[in-house]
Design a protein around this ligand. Structure first.
Ligand code: HEC
Ligand code: HEC
Length: 202
């Protein structure tokens, strides 16, 4: 029944309102292979440059999984992995990984003030909006708007993500343009500082 309702809502193109439509138990059946890279429960990636996907946000994660499956967001490591999965399978996976919190890391004291200042207040001179406005002051994201949870994310991955937006390489999800505009105004030093701050944010 739940599946039916989700299907109808998606059919109307109102996927944003299908909040909570994923079934975590069904998602678990497909989640085993993900641990090989994203770690147990998606919380401990095997490389710093891989993202934590635990607690990322269900709507956001669903959007990314669909973009990856359809080749709109290129993740070579995940090639073919999602090919046989329906939108509902992807929603279920997103719901499964959203059951647990993203674990927080330890930020380095170097550049922490600069990172905090950019995150909380943006950069007036270059016209960068405060990250907190969308990703929340504690980095929890915004579930209905499908803005991702950032607090605790691996710094190396955040640096890669912001570079990929800035170069325009990561442009394939429905809301990527928002971050392309923001990242295009960030310096290398700002990207490093804010990524470090985010890794310890909660
Ligand atoms: C062989 C390694 C590998 C496997 C297996 C893998 N992933 Fe990934 N995944 C990656 C990498 C690397 C990235 C980051 C790509 C980038 O830098 O943009 C990623 C990105 C993601 C993202 C986007 C995260 C974000 O913060 O935007 C999601 C969601 C995701 N993976 C979910 C999954 C799920 C669910 C599975 C299992 C069905 C899975 N992955 C299996 C390597 C893997
Ligand atoms: C106007 C709202 C908004 C603001 C302001 C904003 N973001 Fe985002 N952010 C988004 C959206 C929407 C996405 C998802 C984009 C996509 O689907 O590719 C995102 C994605 C990201 C990601 C990728 C997360 C992942 O898991 O792959 C990072 C990193 C990020 N933002 C960092 C920042 C930083 C740092 C700032 C401040 C300098 C910032 N954002 C300001 C809306 C915003």
């Amino acid at each position: 029944m739940k599946k039916l309702i989700a299907g109808v809502v998606l059919g109307l193109g109102l996927s944003m309102t299908a909040y909570g439509a994923g079934d975590p138990e069904a998602g678990e059946a497909n989640a085993g292979v993900c641990a090989g890279c994203h770690g147990q429960n998606g919380a401990a990636p095997v490389m710093g440059v891989y993202p934590k996907i635990a607690g990322l946000g269900e709507n956001y994660q669903f959007q990314q999984l669909r973009a990856i499956r359809d080749g709109n967001r290129e993740v070579p490591e995940m090639t073919g992995l999602l090919n046989n999965m329906s939108d509902q399978d992807l929603r279920d996976l997103a719901a499964y990984f959203d059951q647990t919190e993203m674990p927080v890391g330890q930020a380095s004291p170097d550049g922490l003030d600069q990172g905090r200042s950019l995150y909380k207040g943006g950069n007036l001179a270059s016209g960068v909006a405060a990250c907190a406005a969308c990703h929340s002051p504690e980095g929890k994201g915004n579930e209905p708007a499908a803005y991702p949870h950032l607090g605790g994310q691996n710094a190396e991955y955040v640096i890669k993500a912001l570079n990929d937006y800035r170069s325009g390489e990561r442009d394939g999800a429905p809301q990527s343009q928002i971050m392309i505009d923001i990242a295009s105004k960030l310096s290398d030093a700002e990207i490093e500082a804010v990524a470090n701050y985010i890794s310890g944010l909660n």
